[in-house]
Design a protein around this ligand. Sequence first.
Ligand code: ATP
Ligand code: MN
Length: 464
Amino acid sequence: MKRTIIKDLLRTTDYGAHALVKGWVRTHRSSKSVHFIALNDGSTIKNVQVVADVEKFDADLLKQITTGACLSVEGLIVESPGAGQSVELQATKIDILGACGDDYPMQKKGQTFEYMRTHAHLRLRTNTFGAVFRIRHNLAYAIHNYFHEHGFFYFHTPIITGSDCEGAGQMFQVTTQNLADLKKDEQGNVDFSDDFFGKPTSLTVSGQLEGELGATALGGIYTFGPTFRAENSNTPRHLAEFWMIEPEIAFYDINDNMDLAEDFIKYCIRWALEHCADDLEFLNKMIDKTLLDRLHFVVDHEFVRLTYTEGIKILEEAIAAGRKFEFPVYWGVDLASEHERYLVEEHFKKPVILTDYPKEIKAFYMKQNEDGKTVRAMDVLFPQIGEIIGGSEREESYDKLKARIEELHIPMKDMWWYLDTRRFGSCPHSGFGLGFERLILFVTGMQNIRDVIPFPRTPKTAEF
Ligand code: ATP
Ligand code: MN
């Protein structure tokens, strides 16, 4: 008999037919005459209830039906008398595929997320992580769908990069050299000519620069891949390895870019509401009772758009009125998460897109404004999260871009190919980066970014 996925079984009305399911025991209880087994196969948050008459099965077999055990169950599909489920399975045959002892670490309910992180290999089998990773899949699918439907091309940028000036964060080096016996020149500098690529290389912190090469040829592209930042940020919003989505579009100015960011992120959230209703309902009940309200709220409201300078003014007024912040606020400061969240959660009570940041706190490639002080940057700020998207219109003038590169002492020899886009048929263009895990944090209501990626990499942690 062919296996039926539990998600499909729970939708059937084929009462009286036989079905075969396989999965892991979530809970089980027994009376004198029957065993009730809640079986889950990962296809849905919902379990199927298996009913096993004690007299039909060997006592030794029934004893092996413990939390975490893997079973194969054949049975009769019957209408369920229980509330909240329409189908249950009256077992005719049970096989223990994998027994599970009482030292199973995911046994108890209500274990902390910290504990579960130390068992990341098994936490996947819990309700919460099942829900999170089904939603993660659905969001990835939504992202590809959105861009494909809108005529963007999925563009693969390199993971290993030879330029050390992507400008987005500390990089991890990539080398095949024997670190215990490094070849050095007379000045004591490491000689990379023998290294695999014959020069220093690192893991990418962003696909943007190569993404711009794609956009100025294909029109609209997006990347969706892993990025790596060796920043020692032990926060609930930073990972050393995370996934980023970076659209880059020729002929877009910053307003087009903001429209795209807002439409895109709302599409993803709407997609989750439509396709992950069971999982979201579970998370809303167990993790965060305001989750569904917040998701609907973001989808239904226009984001507020204002300049960094206006944002600073609002924060200064709040401080004058007695609001306390941990970090200082003044024009020129890189806003901290507490400032971003004040604007979003307390002042506007809506997502905010902040634009026109001081050039000193933003990357070299952003389009310079006429005031000589600010650049056409845009950050999308979300409740609970703070910055979820960072982007900008790009500087398309060869002279201005080159001058900025020189001003910041970025090694030009690494940048010749990037500057070529401005030498040969330059065009206005824009793009942004969305941190995939920050989006999942928002959509799931989870509190820590380590709990929305299956195997998190953070400072001092690379287990599993
Ligand atoms: P932050 O100020 O929060 O560190 P950033 O300004 O360094 O972010 P960008 O370089 O603009 O971020 O990257 C684009 C997006 O990637 C961010 O808006 C965020 O969603 C995400 N992101 C950045 N750094 C991380 C990280 N270490 N872990 C997870 N997501 C990240
Ligand atoms: Mn950062």
